[in-house]
Design a protein around this ligand. Structure first.
Ligand code: ZN
Length: 123
């Protein structure tokens, strides 16, 4: 790490949790995707309902950030499928923290540097 301005985000794991409830949509116990920075990462055989994903997406940026231990965003970890007849739930768990440089992630013209992802392309 340097003295460069930046911030930490948690990597997330979003996993299907049924606990004997019956799903209507295609929710398979244990299937999951990961979140690293702005990216959703699926292994090749994992799928997620776009309706469920629409319910999950607005919460992910808040779950990535450090919150107070008494904030419900910290304590509450499950999101329900938006179909009221479906038993599908998604458990969001925090994993390792990842550091991001401000100038590699901002769109502000006066602060903008080389985007972080372009380093990944160069290897
Ligand atoms: Zn569902």
């Amino acid at each position: 790490m340097t003295n460069e301005k930046g911030f930490w985000l948690y990597d997330l794991k979003v996993e299907v949790s049924l606990e004997n409830r019956n799903p209507i949509c295609r929710h398979i116990e244990g299937e999951y995707f990961s979140v690293e920075g702005e990216n959703l990462i699926f292994s090749s055989d994992q799928k997620v309902s776009m309706y469920a994903l629409a319910a999950i997406l607005p919460l992910l940026p808040a779950k990535q950030r450090v919150t107070n231990d008494h904030d419900w965003m910290f304590t509450d970890a499950e999101v329900a499928c938006p179909d009221p007849h479906c038993g599908g739930r998604f458990r969001i768990s925090r994993k390792a923290k990842r550091w991001f440089s401000h100038y590699e992630t901002t769109g502000l013209p006066e602060d903008r540097g080389t985007p972080y992802w372009s380093k990944e392309l160069k290897g």
